[in-house]
Design a protein around this ligand. Structure first.
Ligand code: F6R
Length: 607
């Protein structure tokens, strides 16, 4: 993870870096720092602290920082705790460095270069600075070339040399670095999203190429010293313009935006009443000829994949797996040219998903990505890409990205059923019509958010919560449970309700609220029986159910929210919105930082 930034030009580097680091905080917010090169005096000053970029800003405001060339970093701690010593940049000899990634062989390097008593931090990154410094005898290319050949792991390095003022060097392996030119200089960053306010074009630094960034431009060299040409791309993604629109937190704004962004994701892909992917350049034969589908994704995106699997199984009757991207490469999974591997990712930068995708490609699979951030690494790496039109998602907890991923998966399922002859045009059109109702039905749930707020008040003090349901209800509870855990810090576990009695029901007491979702006709009677089982053990149940279901007169619930009716496959959408709101209000009422929960980062770029 970690956000990195570099600027060299005519403007004050400090201001540009602080503004950009604030936008990069979704990559980590444990500590932050900048190093500024004071022009011809060639002194490099480092300012850093534990905490957020606003703390760094306070620190910098007390100083006179005048340079026009600098590098900056916002950290998500991996090696070494959260402290100002472990914050980047790290200065070692004439080298000052920022790093995103993990240097896996840092211990060997400490031994090999006798660094044990020389380091000031516990980070792998300072070791990289020390190794660079070891090789630096006045030639930056030679030093970088020799040093990176010693490093194992993933890295994006931004480097200043004390005796080369005004120039930033960079190199990377896997972890991204993008470069742009501004009106008054040049910039690099860990992702393009934050550069949108400065420019309309960028290029991705190729792996193992040395970047030399000066005010007047960028030069690339491969490791044999040959120059390389950058491939400029259009930059049409700008997180800096995304405000909170009067909401206290981005998460609430993003939950409320869902009807609109789902519509924007669906509408352009519906033609004559049926889904089609011409604008995404996805040929029908890709969907028709694959014999197996395998989703690779992490966290919320993986949960979207599970809903997609349930849908595609039941509609298309094709074999489909959903794999945790972090396990994919180590599980001896067989993929071949008849397998369509779909990588799902909001950021398009999750390293586990990216690596899984590369692995699938190497093994001959066809690849498709469902990504939100335009031009992100996973989108670039994949043979085909479908963009969700969710717009920038800033809150760490994913909401609108998840439901727009679902929207794409519904479209894919329907198109697949159509091109494979499972659905005729009429049935496909009927499915699509119901899908197009999602924004309106979801809005009905969002408009009743105060009812969910009331329910949330009832679980504020819970230490543990169970969430139960079957089939699609279980799939969305996995996501609902993750949401509650990550922003409210309440321990929560989603369980397929039929499985509970095989052990876990031992944990149910009157102090363990149970959240049940019941929306699927074919399993609803069983789901209600499972609810009775936990109520018999004293648990108080909060129920989210389809509004047409009736409850026993004698039944008592801590709260009941009646969901507007859609056909069963689509109930996922209104129910997900309700669960998002539940998690949001619990976190809000507990007074937590909803958008930036502890220990997390929005973009996970370490394996
Ligand atoms: C949870 C959440 C994470 C991400 C996961 C994958 O709210 O946001 O679980 O879903 O880190 O991230 P992307 O989708 O960017 O690959």
């Amino acid at each position: 993870m970690c956000g990195i930034i570099g600027y060299t030009g005519k403007d004050a580097a400090k201001d540009i870096m602080l503004d950009t680091l604030e936008l990069l905080e979704y990559r980590g917010y444990d500590s932050a720092g900048i190093a500024v090169c004071e022009g011809e005096k060639s002194q490099i000053q480092v300012y850093k602290c534990a905490g957020r970029v606003k703390d760094l800003r306070n620190l910098c405001e007390k100083e006179e920082i005048e340079g026009t060339c600098g590098i900056g970093h916002t950290r998500w701690a991996t090696h070494g705790g959260v402290s100002s010593e472990n914050a980047h940049p790290h200065k070692y000899g004439k080298v000052t460095l920022i790093h995103n990634g993990i240097i896996e062989n840092y211990k060997d390097l400490i031994g090999k270069y006798g660094l044990l008593d020389q380091l000031h931090s516990q980070t792998d990154s300072e070791v990289a600075a020390a190794v660079l410094s070891h090789f630096y005898k006045g030639d930056p290319y030679e030093a970088i070339r020799k040093a990176v050949l010693k490093l194992k792991g993933t890295f994006a390095l931004g480097i200043l040399f004390e005796d080369i003022p005004g120039t930033i060097f960079a190199i990377r392996n896997v972890s991204p670095i993008v470069v742009t030119r501004t009106d008054n200089g040049m910039m690099l960053a860990s992702d393009a999203a934050v550069l949108g306010q400065y420019s309309e074009e960028y290029f991705v630094l190729p792996e193992f190429h040395i970047l030399e960034l000066k005010e007047e431009g960028a030069t690339l060299y491969d490791l044999s010293g040959e120059t390389a040409e950058p491939r400029w791309l259009v930059l049409d993604w700008d997180t800096s313009r995304s405000g909170k629109d009067g909401y206290p937190f981005y998460m609430e704004k993003e939950i409320m935006e869902q009807p609109e962004v789902i519509r924007e994701t669906l509408q352009p892909r519906i033609y004559e009443g049926v889904p089609y992917f011409t604008q995404d350049e996805i040929p029908d034969h890709l969907l028709r000829d694959c014999e197996r589908i395998c989703v690779v994704a992490c966290g919320t995106a993986m949960h979207a994949g599970l809903v997609g699997k349930a849908l595609i199984h039941s509609l298309v009757r094709i074999h489909m797996d959903v794999e945790l991207a972090s396990e994919f490469m180590y599980s001896d999974i067989v993929v071949d040219e008849k397998t369509l591997v779909i990588a799902i990712s909001q950021s398009g930068e999750t390293i586990d998903t990216l690596e899984a995708l590369k692995y699938a490609k190497k093994n001959g699979a066809r690849t498709m990505a469902i990504v939100n951030v335009r031009g992100a690494s996973i989108a670039r790496e994949s043979e085909y890409v479908i963009y969700t039109n969710a717009g920038p998602e800033i809150a760490v907890a994913s909401t609108k990205a998840y439901t727009t991923q679902l929207a794409v998966l519904y479209l894919l399922a329907a198109r697949m059923a159509y091109v494979r002859g499972v659905f005729d045009k009429e049935r496909t059109a009927a499915f699509t019509r119901e899908l197009m109702r999602v924004p309106e039905v979801m809005k009905q749930v969002l408009d009743r958010r105060e009812e969910i707020h009331d329910i949330a008040r009832g679980i504020l003090d819970a230490a543990d919560v169970f969430m139960i349901g079957r089939g699609l209800d279980y799939c969305i509870l996995l996501e609902g449970s993750l949401k509650l855990k990550e922003i409210s810090y309440i321990h929560s576990e989603a369980y397929a309700s039929g499985e509970l009695k095989h052990g876990t029901i031992a944990l149910i007491t009157e102090d363990t609220p149970v959240i049940a979702v019941v929306t699927q006709d074919k399993v609803q009677s069983k789901e209600f029986s499972n609810i009775k089982e936990v109520q018999s053990r004293g648990a108080e149940v909060v129920l989210f159910m389809k509004e047409t279901y009736t409850l026993d007169k004698a039944a008592s619930f801590r709260g009941v929210f009646k969901l507007p009716v859609m056909e069963d496959e689509f109930m996922v959408m209104p129910a997900s919105a309700a669960l998002q709101l539940l998690a949001y209000y619990v976190s809000l009422d507990k007074g937590l930082d909803v958008d930036k929960p502890r220990n997390l980062a929005k973009v996970v770029t370490v394996e």
